[in-house]
Ligand binder design. Structure first.
Ligand SMILES: Cc1ncc(COP(=O)(O)O)c(C=O)c1O
Ligand SMILES: N[C@@H](CCCC[NH3+])C(=O)O
Length: 450
Protein backbone atom coordinates (compact mmCIF):
# COMPACT_ATOMS: atom_id res chain seq x y z
CA UNK A 1 0.00 0.00 0.00
CA UNK A 2 1.46 3.36 -0.99
CA UNK A 3 -0.20 6.58 0.13
CA UNK A 4 -1.11 8.77 -2.80
CA UNK A 5 -0.04 12.38 -2.35
CA UNK A 6 -2.32 15.40 -2.74
CA UNK A 7 -4.40 16.25 -4.66
CA UNK A 8 -5.80 12.77 -3.93
CA UNK A 9 -7.98 12.37 -0.82
CA UNK A 10 -6.08 11.53 2.34
CA UNK A 11 -7.48 7.97 2.30
CA UNK A 12 -6.15 7.14 -1.21
CA UNK A 13 -3.63 4.28 -1.49
CA UNK A 14 -2.11 2.35 -4.39
CA UNK A 15 -2.58 -1.31 -3.43
CA UNK A 16 -0.31 -4.23 -4.24
CA UNK A 17 -2.47 -5.11 -7.28
CA UNK A 18 -1.74 -1.66 -8.72
CA UNK A 19 -5.34 -0.57 -8.22
CA UNK A 20 -6.22 2.37 -6.03
CA UNK A 21 -8.31 2.11 -2.87
CA UNK A 22 -9.82 5.04 -1.01
CA UNK A 23 -10.51 4.62 2.69
CA UNK A 24 -9.97 0.90 2.20
CA UNK A 25 -12.48 0.60 -0.66
CA UNK A 26 -10.98 -0.82 -3.85
CA UNK A 27 -11.97 1.38 -6.78
CA UNK A 28 -12.01 -1.57 -9.20
CA UNK A 29 -14.63 -3.28 -7.01
CA UNK A 30 -16.54 -0.04 -6.62
CA UNK A 31 -16.54 0.54 -10.38
CA UNK A 32 -18.12 -2.88 -10.87
CA UNK A 33 -21.34 -1.29 -9.57
CA UNK A 34 -21.21 1.24 -12.40
CA UNK A 35 -19.34 4.31 -13.60
CA UNK A 36 -19.15 7.24 -13.65
CA UNK A 37 -19.47 7.64 -9.91
CA UNK A 38 -18.44 10.33 -7.48
CA UNK A 39 -16.51 8.91 -4.52
CA UNK A 40 -16.34 10.90 -1.31
CA UNK A 41 -13.81 10.14 1.44
CA UNK A 42 -15.89 10.78 4.55
CA UNK A 43 -13.02 11.05 7.03
CA UNK A 44 -11.14 13.39 4.72
CA UNK A 45 -14.15 15.72 4.45
CA UNK A 46 -14.85 15.63 8.17
CA UNK A 47 -11.18 16.34 8.87
CA UNK A 48 -11.25 19.42 6.66
CA UNK A 49 -14.41 20.63 8.41
CA UNK A 50 -12.65 20.27 11.75
CA UNK A 51 -9.55 22.04 10.44
CA UNK A 52 -11.63 25.13 9.55
CA UNK A 53 -13.60 24.95 12.77
CA UNK A 54 -10.48 24.67 14.92
CA UNK A 55 -8.32 27.20 13.04
CA UNK A 56 -11.00 29.87 13.25
CA UNK A 57 -12.00 29.01 16.82
CA UNK A 58 -8.39 29.30 17.98
CA UNK A 59 -7.74 32.56 16.14
CA UNK A 60 -11.03 34.05 17.35
CA UNK A 61 -10.45 33.01 20.96
CA UNK A 62 -7.03 34.69 20.87
CA UNK A 63 -8.69 38.07 20.26
CA UNK A 64 -11.63 37.40 22.57
CA UNK A 65 -14.40 36.59 20.12
CA UNK A 66 -16.16 33.50 18.81
CA UNK A 67 -16.88 32.00 15.43
CA UNK A 68 -19.56 29.94 13.73
CA UNK A 69 -18.56 27.91 10.68
CA UNK A 70 -21.29 27.35 8.11
CA UNK A 71 -20.64 24.66 5.52
CA UNK A 72 -21.70 26.13 2.16
CA UNK A 73 -24.04 23.46 0.83
CA UNK A 74 -23.84 24.72 -2.74
CA UNK A 75 -20.47 22.97 -3.03
CA UNK A 76 -22.19 19.62 -2.45
CA UNK A 77 -25.10 18.81 -0.20
CA UNK A 78 -26.96 15.65 0.66
CA UNK A 79 -28.65 14.69 3.89
CA UNK A 80 -25.69 12.50 4.89
CA UNK A 81 -23.23 15.33 4.29
CA UNK A 82 -25.39 17.79 6.21
CA UNK A 83 -25.40 15.36 9.16
CA UNK A 84 -21.63 14.84 9.00
CA UNK A 85 -21.02 18.57 8.97
CA UNK A 86 -23.39 19.22 11.83
CA UNK A 87 -21.82 16.40 13.84
CA UNK A 88 -18.45 18.14 13.34
CA UNK A 89 -19.87 21.32 14.85
CA UNK A 90 -20.58 23.17 11.60
CA UNK A 91 -23.83 24.85 10.64
CA UNK A 92 -25.28 24.78 7.14
CA UNK A 93 -25.42 27.61 4.64
CA UNK A 94 -28.19 27.13 2.08
CA UNK A 95 -29.02 29.23 -0.95
CA UNK A 96 -32.21 27.72 -2.35
CA UNK A 97 -35.36 25.87 -1.38
CA UNK A 98 -33.66 22.61 -2.33
CA UNK A 99 -30.61 23.18 -0.14
CA UNK A 100 -32.69 24.46 2.75
CA UNK A 101 -35.09 21.52 2.56
CA UNK A 102 -32.19 19.06 2.37
CA UNK A 103 -30.57 20.51 5.49
CA UNK A 104 -33.88 20.45 7.36
CA UNK A 105 -34.65 16.91 6.17
CA UNK A 106 -31.23 15.85 7.46
CA UNK A 107 -32.35 16.90 10.91
CA UNK A 108 -30.11 19.95 11.19
CA UNK A 109 -31.87 22.32 13.62
CA UNK A 110 -33.28 25.29 11.69
CA UNK A 111 -31.50 27.65 14.05
CA UNK A 112 -28.21 26.28 12.69
CA UNK A 113 -29.12 26.98 9.05
CA UNK A 114 -28.70 30.19 7.06
CA UNK A 115 -30.48 31.13 3.85
CA UNK A 116 -28.81 33.11 1.06
CA UNK A 117 -30.00 33.97 -2.42
CA UNK A 118 -29.99 37.06 -4.64
CA UNK A 119 -33.54 36.34 -5.84
CA UNK A 120 -35.31 34.45 -3.08
CA UNK A 121 -38.75 33.11 -3.92
CA UNK A 122 -41.75 33.65 -1.66
CA UNK A 123 -41.63 29.92 -0.92
CA UNK A 124 -37.98 30.12 0.17
CA UNK A 125 -38.64 33.08 2.44
CA UNK A 126 -41.69 31.39 3.95
CA UNK A 127 -39.94 28.11 4.61
CA UNK A 128 -37.02 29.94 6.19
CA UNK A 129 -39.34 31.91 8.46
CA UNK A 130 -41.73 29.12 9.40
CA UNK A 131 -38.94 26.64 10.08
CA UNK A 132 -37.09 29.27 12.12
CA UNK A 133 -33.73 29.44 10.35
CA UNK A 134 -30.99 31.21 12.26
CA UNK A 135 -30.48 33.86 9.58
CA UNK A 136 -31.68 35.11 6.25
CA UNK A 137 -29.01 36.99 4.35
CA UNK A 138 -30.67 39.92 2.57
CA UNK A 139 -29.25 40.66 -0.83
CA UNK A 140 -31.19 43.71 -2.08
CA UNK A 141 -33.31 46.60 -0.90
CA UNK A 142 -36.65 45.16 -2.10
CA UNK A 143 -35.88 42.03 -0.11
CA UNK A 144 -35.86 44.00 3.15
CA UNK A 145 -39.54 44.79 2.70
CA UNK A 146 -40.39 41.35 1.30
CA UNK A 147 -38.91 39.51 4.28
CA UNK A 148 -40.36 41.98 6.80
CA UNK A 149 -43.81 41.73 5.21
CA UNK A 150 -43.62 37.93 5.18
CA UNK A 151 -42.57 37.90 8.84
CA UNK A 152 -45.48 40.20 9.74
CA UNK A 153 -47.90 37.97 7.83
CA UNK A 154 -46.59 34.82 9.51
CA UNK A 155 -46.39 36.42 12.95
CA UNK A 156 -42.66 35.71 13.41
CA UNK A 157 -39.49 37.73 13.72
CA UNK A 158 -36.83 37.45 11.03
CA UNK A 159 -33.15 37.34 12.00
CA UNK A 160 -31.33 38.95 9.08
CA UNK A 161 -27.90 39.88 7.82
CA UNK A 162 -27.23 42.35 5.04
CA UNK A 163 -24.88 41.18 2.32
CA UNK A 164 -22.55 43.94 1.23
CA UNK A 165 -19.98 44.21 -1.54
CA UNK A 166 -16.66 45.65 -0.54
CA UNK A 167 -15.20 46.11 -4.02
CA UNK A 168 -12.52 43.51 -3.25
CA UNK A 169 -12.16 41.33 -6.32
CA UNK A 170 -10.74 37.92 -5.57
CA UNK A 171 -10.95 34.39 -6.85
CA UNK A 172 -10.01 32.06 -9.63
CA UNK A 173 -12.26 33.35 -12.41
CA UNK A 174 -14.40 36.41 -13.02
CA UNK A 175 -17.59 34.37 -12.70
CA UNK A 176 -16.61 33.20 -9.22
CA UNK A 177 -15.57 36.60 -7.86
CA UNK A 178 -18.52 38.17 -6.16
CA UNK A 179 -17.52 41.37 -4.39
CA UNK A 180 -16.58 43.67 -7.28
CA UNK A 181 -19.28 46.14 -8.12
CA UNK A 182 -20.53 45.06 -11.56
CA UNK A 183 -22.31 41.83 -10.61
CA UNK A 184 -25.58 40.69 -9.13
CA UNK A 185 -24.76 39.90 -5.48
CA UNK A 186 -25.13 42.06 -2.42
CA UNK A 187 -25.34 45.80 -1.78
CA UNK A 188 -22.49 48.08 -2.68
CA UNK A 189 -20.63 49.94 0.05
CA UNK A 190 -19.54 52.58 -2.46
CA UNK A 191 -21.13 56.02 -2.34
CA UNK A 192 -19.42 57.95 -5.17
CA UNK A 193 -21.95 60.81 -5.08
CA UNK A 194 -21.69 61.28 -1.32
CA UNK A 195 -25.17 59.87 -0.72
CA UNK A 196 -25.82 56.82 1.45
CA UNK A 197 -24.41 53.71 -0.18
CA UNK A 198 -26.88 50.93 -1.11
CA UNK A 199 -25.45 48.96 1.85
CA UNK A 200 -26.15 51.74 4.34
CA UNK A 201 -29.58 52.36 2.84
CA UNK A 202 -30.49 48.70 3.28
CA UNK A 203 -29.22 48.58 6.86
CA UNK A 204 -31.25 51.69 7.74
CA UNK A 205 -34.31 50.09 6.12
CA UNK A 206 -33.79 46.93 8.19
CA UNK A 207 -33.56 48.94 11.39
CA UNK A 208 -36.87 50.61 10.59
CA UNK A 209 -38.77 47.35 10.36
CA UNK A 210 -39.76 45.99 13.75
CA UNK A 211 -40.20 42.46 12.36
CA UNK A 212 -36.48 42.27 11.51
CA UNK A 213 -33.60 41.60 13.90
CA UNK A 214 -30.34 42.85 12.41
CA UNK A 215 -27.83 40.10 13.23
CA UNK A 216 -24.99 41.33 11.14
CA UNK A 217 -23.24 42.19 7.92
CA UNK A 218 -22.14 39.66 5.34
CA UNK A 219 -19.31 39.80 2.84
CA UNK A 220 -18.26 37.07 0.43
CA UNK A 221 -15.50 38.17 -1.91
CA UNK A 222 -15.20 35.23 -4.27
CA UNK A 223 -14.18 31.64 -4.61
CA UNK A 224 -10.98 29.63 -5.03
CA UNK A 225 -8.94 32.36 -3.34
CA UNK A 226 -5.35 31.34 -2.68
CA UNK A 227 -3.94 34.65 -1.43
CA UNK A 228 -5.47 35.53 1.96
CA UNK A 229 -4.76 39.28 1.63
CA UNK A 230 -8.16 40.01 0.05
CA UNK A 231 -9.90 38.60 3.13
CA UNK A 232 -8.06 41.09 5.32
CA UNK A 233 -8.98 44.03 3.07
CA UNK A 234 -12.64 42.98 3.01
CA UNK A 235 -12.71 42.47 6.78
CA UNK A 236 -11.40 45.98 7.34
CA UNK A 237 -13.97 47.41 4.97
CA UNK A 238 -16.89 45.67 6.66
CA UNK A 239 -15.60 46.64 10.10
CA UNK A 240 -15.55 50.25 8.85
CA UNK A 241 -19.15 49.97 7.72
CA UNK A 242 -20.11 48.52 11.09
CA UNK A 243 -18.53 51.52 12.81
CA UNK A 244 -20.32 53.94 10.46
CA UNK A 245 -23.66 52.30 11.22
CA UNK A 246 -22.93 52.50 14.95
CA UNK A 247 -22.08 56.22 14.63
CA UNK A 248 -25.25 56.95 12.73
CA UNK A 249 -27.74 54.76 14.54
CA UNK A 250 -26.21 53.73 17.84
CA UNK A 251 -26.55 50.09 16.76
CA UNK A 252 -23.35 48.07 16.92
CA UNK A 253 -24.02 45.13 14.63
CA UNK A 254 -23.24 41.96 16.62
CA UNK A 255 -21.87 39.68 13.89
CA UNK A 256 -19.81 39.71 10.70
CA UNK A 257 -19.94 36.84 8.23
CA UNK A 258 -16.91 36.93 6.02
CA UNK A 259 -18.09 34.25 3.60
CA UNK A 260 -16.22 31.37 2.03
CA UNK A 261 -13.91 31.15 -0.93
CA UNK A 262 -10.86 29.42 0.58
CA UNK A 263 -8.83 27.97 -2.28
CA UNK A 264 -7.74 24.36 -2.75
CA UNK A 265 -5.00 22.63 -4.74
CA UNK A 266 -6.40 21.06 -7.89
CA UNK A 267 -3.08 19.92 -9.33
CA UNK A 268 -0.04 18.13 -7.90
CA UNK A 269 2.37 20.68 -6.46
CA UNK A 270 -0.22 23.44 -6.02
CA UNK A 271 -0.40 24.94 -2.56
CA UNK A 272 -3.87 25.31 -1.03
CA UNK A 273 -4.82 28.18 1.22
CA UNK A 274 -4.03 27.09 4.75
CA UNK A 275 -7.05 27.51 7.09
CA UNK A 276 -4.79 28.86 9.81
CA UNK A 277 -3.41 31.56 7.51
CA UNK A 278 -6.90 32.51 6.37
CA UNK A 279 -8.10 32.64 9.98
CA UNK A 280 -5.15 34.74 11.03
CA UNK A 281 -5.63 37.21 8.18
CA UNK A 282 -9.32 37.71 8.88
CA UNK A 283 -9.16 37.70 12.64
CA UNK A 284 -6.17 40.00 12.92
CA UNK A 285 -7.84 42.49 10.54
CA UNK A 286 -10.93 42.28 12.75
CA UNK A 287 -8.90 42.87 15.90
CA UNK A 288 -6.77 45.67 14.38
CA UNK A 289 -9.80 47.66 13.27
CA UNK A 290 -11.58 46.97 16.55
CA UNK A 291 -8.56 48.39 18.38
CA UNK A 292 -8.25 51.42 16.06
CA UNK A 293 -11.93 52.26 16.43
CA UNK A 294 -12.20 51.24 20.05
CA UNK A 295 -15.24 49.07 19.33
CA UNK A 296 -15.90 45.64 20.86
CA UNK A 297 -15.29 42.85 18.37
CA UNK A 298 -18.22 41.26 16.59
CA UNK A 299 -18.91 37.55 16.58
CA UNK A 300 -17.50 36.06 13.40
CA UNK A 301 -18.86 33.54 10.92
CA UNK A 302 -17.46 32.00 7.76
CA UNK A 303 -18.91 29.82 5.00
CA UNK A 304 -16.36 27.44 3.48
CA UNK A 305 -17.69 25.09 0.82
CA UNK A 306 -15.07 24.03 -1.69
CA UNK A 307 -12.22 23.84 0.83
CA UNK A 308 -14.16 21.34 2.94
CA UNK A 309 -15.42 19.00 0.24
CA UNK A 310 -13.46 19.44 -3.01
CA UNK A 311 -10.31 17.46 -2.14
CA UNK A 312 -12.33 14.75 -0.41
CA UNK A 313 -14.02 13.76 -3.67
CA UNK A 314 -12.97 12.13 -6.91
CA UNK A 315 -14.86 11.07 -10.00
CA UNK A 316 -14.33 7.56 -11.26
CA UNK A 317 -14.81 6.95 -14.99
CA UNK A 318 -14.30 4.10 -17.41
CA UNK A 319 -12.17 4.84 -20.44
CA UNK A 320 -13.81 4.19 -23.82
CA UNK A 321 -12.53 5.48 -27.14
CA UNK A 322 -8.84 6.40 -27.29
CA UNK A 323 -7.90 8.49 -30.32
CA UNK A 324 -4.55 10.00 -31.28
CA UNK A 325 -5.07 13.39 -32.95
CA UNK A 326 -2.43 15.42 -34.79
CA UNK A 327 -2.52 19.00 -33.49
CA UNK A 328 -1.73 22.20 -35.43
CA UNK A 329 1.89 22.22 -34.28
CA UNK A 330 2.37 18.73 -35.70
CA UNK A 331 2.49 16.92 -32.37
CA UNK A 332 0.09 14.22 -31.34
CA UNK A 333 -2.38 14.55 -28.53
CA UNK A 334 -4.23 11.45 -27.37
CA UNK A 335 -7.94 12.05 -26.77
CA UNK A 336 -9.13 9.72 -24.02
CA UNK A 337 -12.92 9.61 -23.90
CA UNK A 338 -14.67 8.62 -20.69
CA UNK A 339 -18.24 7.64 -19.91
CA UNK A 340 -19.23 11.02 -18.42
CA UNK A 341 -18.07 14.54 -19.16
CA UNK A 342 -19.35 18.10 -18.95
CA UNK A 343 -22.63 16.88 -17.46
CA UNK A 344 -20.86 15.64 -14.33
CA UNK A 345 -18.16 18.34 -14.26
CA UNK A 346 -18.95 21.61 -15.99
CA UNK A 347 -16.02 23.47 -14.41
CA UNK A 348 -13.45 22.93 -17.22
CA UNK A 349 -15.96 24.20 -19.81
CA UNK A 350 -17.29 27.02 -17.63
CA UNK A 351 -14.10 28.32 -16.04
CA UNK A 352 -11.30 26.62 -17.95
CA UNK A 353 -10.62 24.79 -14.68
CA UNK A 354 -7.62 22.43 -14.60
CA UNK A 355 -7.76 18.95 -13.08
CA UNK A 356 -5.47 16.01 -12.49
CA UNK A 357 -6.27 12.42 -13.51
CA UNK A 358 -4.67 9.01 -13.18
CA UNK A 359 -5.45 5.47 -14.20
CA UNK A 360 -6.53 3.79 -10.99
CA UNK A 361 -7.19 0.21 -12.09
CA UNK A 362 -3.54 -0.74 -12.70
CA UNK A 363 -0.02 0.59 -12.89
CA UNK A 364 1.76 0.74 -16.21
CA UNK A 365 5.38 0.56 -17.30
CA UNK A 366 4.55 2.44 -20.52
CA UNK A 367 6.02 5.91 -21.01
CA UNK A 368 3.77 8.89 -20.40
CA UNK A 369 1.99 10.55 -23.28
CA UNK A 370 0.18 13.88 -23.57
CA UNK A 371 -3.55 13.32 -23.23
CA UNK A 372 -6.78 15.23 -23.12
CA UNK A 373 -9.61 13.56 -21.24
CA UNK A 374 -12.95 14.25 -22.90
CA UNK A 375 -16.51 13.19 -22.27
CA UNK A 376 -19.27 11.64 -24.33
CA UNK A 377 -21.34 14.75 -25.02
CA UNK A 378 -22.08 16.34 -28.37
CA UNK A 379 -19.91 19.35 -27.74
CA UNK A 380 -16.25 19.86 -28.61
CA UNK A 381 -15.79 21.82 -25.38
CA UNK A 382 -16.76 18.68 -23.46
CA UNK A 383 -13.38 18.43 -21.78
CA UNK A 384 -12.78 16.79 -18.42
CA UNK A 385 -9.01 17.35 -18.18
CA UNK A 386 -7.35 19.67 -20.69
CA UNK A 387 -3.86 18.34 -20.33
CA UNK A 388 -2.58 15.36 -18.44
CA UNK A 389 0.14 12.79 -18.93
CA UNK A 390 -1.20 9.22 -18.95
CA UNK A 391 0.62 5.99 -19.80
CA UNK A 392 0.84 5.51 -23.56
CA UNK A 393 -0.93 2.17 -23.24
CA UNK A 394 -4.11 3.78 -21.86
CA UNK A 395 -6.95 1.72 -23.28
CA UNK A 396 -10.66 1.11 -23.26
CA UNK A 397 -11.73 -0.48 -19.99
CA UNK A 398 -9.14 1.30 -17.84
CA UNK A 399 -10.56 3.13 -14.85
CA UNK A 400 -9.63 6.79 -14.71
CA UNK A 401 -10.06 8.95 -11.62
CA UNK A 402 -10.16 12.72 -11.66
CA UNK A 403 -9.08 14.30 -8.36
CA UNK A 404 -10.63 17.17 -6.39
CA UNK A 405 -14.13 16.93 -7.84
CA UNK A 406 -15.95 16.89 -4.50
CA UNK A 407 -17.12 20.49 -4.85
CA UNK A 408 -19.24 21.89 -7.64
CA UNK A 409 -19.18 18.58 -9.53
CA UNK A 410 -22.36 16.75 -8.54
CA UNK A 411 -23.88 20.01 -7.35
CA UNK A 412 -23.54 21.59 -10.81
CA UNK A 413 -24.26 18.42 -12.77
CA UNK A 414 -26.78 18.42 -15.59
CA UNK A 415 -28.50 15.80 -17.67
CA UNK A 416 -27.29 17.20 -21.00
CA UNK A 417 -27.87 14.73 -23.84
CA UNK A 418 -30.20 12.97 -21.38
CA UNK A 419 -27.19 11.46 -19.66
CA UNK A 420 -28.27 10.48 -16.13
CA UNK A 421 -26.25 12.05 -13.32
CA UNK A 422 -23.82 9.77 -11.46
CA UNK A 423 -24.46 8.76 -7.88
CA UNK A 424 -22.27 9.63 -4.91
CA UNK A 425 -20.68 6.89 -2.82
CA UNK A 426 -19.21 7.71 0.57
CA UNK A 427 -16.21 5.60 1.58
CA UNK A 428 -14.96 5.13 5.13
CA UNK A 429 -13.23 2.33 7.04
CA UNK A 430 -13.39 -0.10 4.13
CA UNK A 431 -17.13 0.38 3.57
CA UNK A 432 -18.76 1.99 0.54
CA UNK A 433 -22.13 3.63 1.21
CA UNK A 434 -24.16 5.19 -1.59
CA UNK A 435 -25.40 8.56 -0.32
CA UNK A 436 -26.92 9.82 -3.57
CA UNK A 437 -28.42 7.25 -5.90
CA UNK A 438 -27.25 7.10 -9.49
CA UNK A 439 -29.89 8.54 -11.80
CA UNK A 440 -31.29 6.29 -14.52
CA UNK A 441 -32.79 6.95 -17.92
CA UNK A 442 -36.09 5.86 -16.36
CA UNK A 443 -35.72 8.66 -13.78
CA UNK A 444 -35.36 11.11 -16.65
CA UNK A 445 -38.29 9.64 -18.53
CA UNK A 446 -40.43 9.86 -15.38
CA UNK A 447 -40.41 13.63 -15.96
CA UNK A 448 -41.46 13.24 -19.59
CA UNK A 449 -45.21 13.76 -19.78
CA UNK A 450 -45.55 12.42 -23.32
C1 LIG B 1 -22.34 33.58 -0.08
C2 LIG B 1 -21.43 32.45 -0.31
N1 LIG B 1 -20.93 31.80 0.76
C3 LIG B 1 -20.11 30.74 0.61
C4 LIG B 1 -19.72 30.31 -0.63
C5 LIG B 1 -18.81 29.14 -0.70
O1 LIG B 1 -17.69 29.41 -1.41
P1 LIG B 1 -16.51 28.35 -1.50
O2 LIG B 1 -17.10 27.07 -1.97
O3 LIG B 1 -15.60 28.95 -2.49
O4 LIG B 1 -15.93 28.25 -0.15
C6 LIG B 1 -20.20 30.97 -1.77
C7 LIG B 1 -19.75 30.59 -3.11
O5 LIG B 1 -18.84 31.19 -3.65
C8 LIG B 1 -21.09 32.06 -1.60
O6 LIG B 1 -21.59 32.68 -2.65
N1 LIG C 1 -19.38 27.09 -8.72
C1 LIG C 1 -18.13 27.77 -8.67
C2 LIG C 1 -17.92 28.66 -7.55
C3 LIG C 1 -19.03 29.58 -7.27
C4 LIG C 1 -19.38 29.46 -5.88
C5 LIG C 1 -20.71 29.98 -5.51
N2 LIG C 1 -20.75 31.38 -5.15
C6 LIG C 1 -16.99 26.81 -8.90
O1 LIG C 1 -17.19 25.73 -9.30
O2 LIG C 1 -15.86 27.12 -8.72
Amino acid sequence: MTAMPAPWPSGARRTSTGAVAIAGVDLVELAATGTPVYVLDEHDMRGRARAYRDAFATASAEVGTEVDVYYAGKAFLSTAVARWMHAEGLRIDSATLGELTTALRAGVPAADIGLHGNNKSDEEIELALTSGVGRLVLDSLPEVARVADAAARLGVRAPVMVRVTTGVHAGGHEYISTAHEDQKFGLSMASPDGEDSPAVTAVLAVLERTELDLLGLHSHIGSQILDPAGFGVATRAVMGLRAEIARRTGVLVPELDLGGGFGVAYLPGEVPLDPERAAKEMVSALADVGRELGTPLPRLSIEPGRSVVAPAGITLYTVGTVKPVRTEDGTVRTYVAVDGGMSDNIRPALYGAAYHAEIVSRVSEAPGTRCRVVGKHCESGDIVVHDVELPADVAAGDLLAVAVTGAYGRSMASTYNLVPRPGVVAVADGVATPIVRRETVEDLLALDLG
